[in-house]
Design a protein around this ligand. Sequence first.
Ligand code: ATP
Ligand code: MG
Length: 391
Amino acid sequence: MEKAFLVKYGEIGLKGKNRYYFEETLVKRIEEALKKIDGEFTVTRPQGRIFVEGSGFDEDEVIDALSKVFGIIWICPCIMTDDTGFDDLSKQIIDYLKEELGDKPFTFKVEARRARKNYPMNSMEINRELGARILDAFPNSQVDVHHPEHLVEVEIRERINFHIFYHKGVGGMPVGTAGKAMLLLSGGIDSPVAGYMIARRGVTVDATYFHAPPYTSERAKQKVVDLAKILTKYTGPIKLHVVNFTDIQMAIYEKCPHDELTIIMRRYMMTIAEHFADEDNDQALITGESLGQVASQTMQSLYVTDHAATLPVFRPLIGFDKQDIIEISQKIGTYETSILPYEDCCTIFVAKHPVTKPRLDVIERSETKLGDVIEDLLQKAYDTTETILVK
Ligand code: ATP
Ligand code: MG
């Protein structure tokens, strides 16, 4: 008998081909997550279940790695054992309970599943008989069929597995099952959370960062690379485009009304992000905007910003309060990096009183002041972009 892990995933609404694809992709994502930790692993997928078996691993490390894989609902450390008869199985389970629970009183329920039909007892009989033997071995224990402290699950397959512990997975869909999108990733709190949330729906994420040297430092850029790196624990490798945005910002600053700087700048961010989205075959943009958070995120501003993009813009945080966003960033581990106090390109050329209700026609007219220069500047920005594969 040896320790292994039973991985449970959601399959609601998944049928036929989609389900097969979902499961195959989930296995791939699990294998990738396990490559990052010590141990040798094999991942198998009998009907409706995924098992992780292996050697030389630390149990907590495996649970931690699996708890970042989207698509997993529960991670159950289990015992895998050969079928050496029901008496021996009961003894193994009782020994395991003794080892894990000591002699504290507990309530429990046995739930057996017989996937191999030639086993001499059916699941009802196993539930009843095993329950009786556990009660005998633990006189302080009690059966509670509705709210047991410990659900003792036993599965009879070629081999047999049983478990009593459940660690909650992150849910969502395995990355790679729902297309690709381009995240506008700044060094702030919001955009990494936005990327996480869309990736959690199965989307592969690329990223674009707007860098404004010498106004923004190497450290500010490194912070974004670090944030991308934290995200990769969930998303897998991220292709990060670092765009030199200084010349475009300077041109806007020189030629356009200062109260419109931010909104115009944000429109060019959309244009540039979309250029790389096309290159990378991404079908949407993702931003960390939330309604009303700042002047550039009012309804009117978002409307004007959206008109610079032809791809759909996903804003998963649109209805979130800042505090909600902070809590997610703490949970996913980006918060500590996000709050490092480095300058952002948006904060450098910022007007004292930015427009909060921009009008599309007015903004478009202001942009004509950039004349032909802007085309050259955009081209130069594309040409000088540094692309980093963050793993
Ligand atoms: P964040 O915490 O994500 O920086 P924020 O509240 O500071 O958000 P803004 O600066 O208005 O908001 O930016 C809104 C969104 O625009 C960000 O969530 C991000 O998606 C994108 N963005 C802003 N600055 C940059 C940048 N320098 N590079 C890439 N994307 C950016
Ligand atoms: Mg920001």
